[in-house]
Design a protein around this ligand. Structure first.
Ligand code: HEM
Length: 199
């Protein structure tokens, strides 16, 4: 019961979308609205996931890390809904059309790459996988950064006119990556390179 209550906030966006759809409030192009709505939430929750470690470091409060896995999995949930909406509602399972899209429309190609990076992260997000992979688990999960970059790129490429919205998201990601820089600089591998440069 306690767990299902904790999950509730993650389902609120989809419940809101269903409510809007039920009341025919999705505007002139409801399919596009559904695809975009789920894509937006997938990206926002991905950015929120990436902000939790810096927040923990800045505040010293570990509460942020307790929510990280759940928020990351909700981001993946909305990614899957986004892709399902595209395949089912937008392309009506027309696989030939979908393959054409992947080959001919760069933003779809990039979206697929982003998804392929996120997939192993979602699969290995359990404690069992964490134990099985040991130190490699963290290395694997660093793929979240190139994945987030690809998602932003996907957003930029699909936007034909006004680049402000993807631009704001890119700024947030740039800030989150910048906050990681001090840790990267003190990383043993980077330190080794810097020492070699000095001697
Ligand atoms: C198989 C992979 C993917 C496909 C086929 C796909 C497809 C699409 C499509 C069709 C659109 C809307 C284009 C339009 O309405 O003109 C879109 C937009 C978007 N997608 Fe994806 N996508 C994929 C992966 C992803 C992933 C992994 C994320 C995030 C985690 C994502 C986030 C977004 C965002 C944020 C938008 C823009 C929404 C807006 O305009 O507000 N997509 N994608």
């Amino acid at each position: 019961m306690a767990l299902s209550l904790r999950l509730l906030p993650g389902f609120l966006p989809i419940l809101w979308l269903l409510l809007q759809a039920g009341q025919e409030q999705l505007g002139a192009n409801p399919i596009e609205q559904v695809v975009r709505f789920c894509g937006d939430w997938a990206l926002w929750l991905l950015l929120l996931t990436l902000s939790l470690s810096p927040l923990r470091r800045m505040t010293g409060n570990t509460v942020f890390l307790r929510w990280r896995r759940m928020i990351a999995l909700f981001s993946f949930f909305y990614t899957c809904l986004h892709i399902t909406a595209y395949v089912v509602l937008d392309r009506f399972f027309d696989w030939q059309d979908i393959i054409q899209d992947i080959r001919k429309r760069p933003y779809i190609t990039i979206g697929v790459f982003a998804f392929l990076l996120l997939l192993p992260l979602a699969v290995t997000s359990t404690r069992a996988w964490m134990r099985r992979l040991g130190a490699s688990w963290q290395k694997l999960h660093r793929l979240v950064y190139p994945a987030a970059l690809l998602v932003i790129f996907h957003f930029f490429l699909m936007t034909r006119t006004d680049w402000r919205t993807p631009g704001y998201h890119a700024l947030v990601l740039a800030l989150l990556l910048a906050l990681r820089l001090p840790r990267l600089v003190t990383h043993p591998v980077v330190r080794q390179f810097r020492c070699k440069g000095v001697t």
